[in-house]
Design a protein around this ligand. Sequence first.
Ligand SMILES: *Cc1c(COP(=O)(O)O)cnc(C)c1O
Length: 392
Amino acid sequence: MTTRIPDPVFTLTTGPVNCYPEVLQALGKPVLYDQDPAFLQTYERVNLKAQAAFASANVPVILQGEPVLALEAVGASALSKEDVVLNLASGVYGDGYRSWLEPHAREYLEIRVPFNEVIDPASVAAMLAARPEIAVVTVCHHDTPSGTINPVKEIGEIVASGKAIFVIDAVSSFGGMEIMPEDVKADIFVAGPNKCLGCPPGLSLLAVSDKGWAKMKRNPNAPRGSILSILDWEDAWKREKPFPFTPSVAEINALEAALDLYLAEGPGTVWARHALTARACRAGIKAMGLELWAASEDFASPTTTAIRLPEGIDETALRQTMREVYGVVISAGRGATFNRLVRIGHMGPTARPIYALIAVTALGSAIARMSGKPCDVGAGAAAVMAVIDSMT
Ligand SMILES: *Cc1c(COP(=O)(O)O)cnc(C)c1O
């Protein structure tokens, strides 16, 4: 028998995140038969609460798998072989979306910027003017592996003035900052309960506009009778309609608890504590002489702080030191950002300003140990507390 690895003391990652205790409790409810009237009612109620959280005219769709399912399903459902798609890639997720778009489209176009920058709306306007046949525009709002926020409101205005539909991956921003599908003119908006809503990974949430539904319904290739089908779930929220297949009963209960917490605390209050935690974290990082990954703090995420790795520090070793010595787990870079940065998550239950102190001091102390050079952890801690104190 190998010895069992103890759990960390603090999980300050960018997803999955530690769940809210109320969410964990809800996961432990009895798992009802999916056609039991009590569950049919619950399913409808949860969808309506998700609609309230989205502030959308249409009732959302819940897909029974974590958000990569929804992202792949959107590629297959929205794109037909006649379509030209424009994907905006400012990071690993935006870039990675290509593999679920290109196979379904006639032509794949891309606007790409360095992964510490964000998309310029003017470049989207220029591309749409040059290629008016573009039918679908896709963007990742918060490219989590970079901790950067794309200007989707401005891009949405531009896309909405034409015929294309606008698809947004808002998985790691929805619930942690002000981002609502209709405010940004999204036709298909993908969110996930497993980031800022504080649920375990297991479901996807989609808000779909009338224009978005019409596009999918026109598509002869849109999946039906498949795990990738969005159309099959359009009316499944209604208690008198059958489910295409068994929903994840326990996850639905957990989502209800998370939505209840979000709506009861008030979205504005939830967003504010995410923003404050991130601001305190950035202040601490800079005070220790470390560098933020985002080229400008103007677009640094309120739900993730990405920090450029100091010269000569190995990412895996750094995260291992933080875990072993201090019991603190943070996220690695991913793909093109792997071994170039580390990321501290401020999502849901960990979007609490004092966690910035834990993350900053553990990071600074680990870097000092590893480099053998001093890192001013005291200045980092003071800067975190100064930001928090300025708000209270
Ligand atoms: C977390 C996340 C997803 C879901 O994908 P996983 O990597 O499987 O968790 C999708 N998009 C973004 C931007 C995410 O942060």
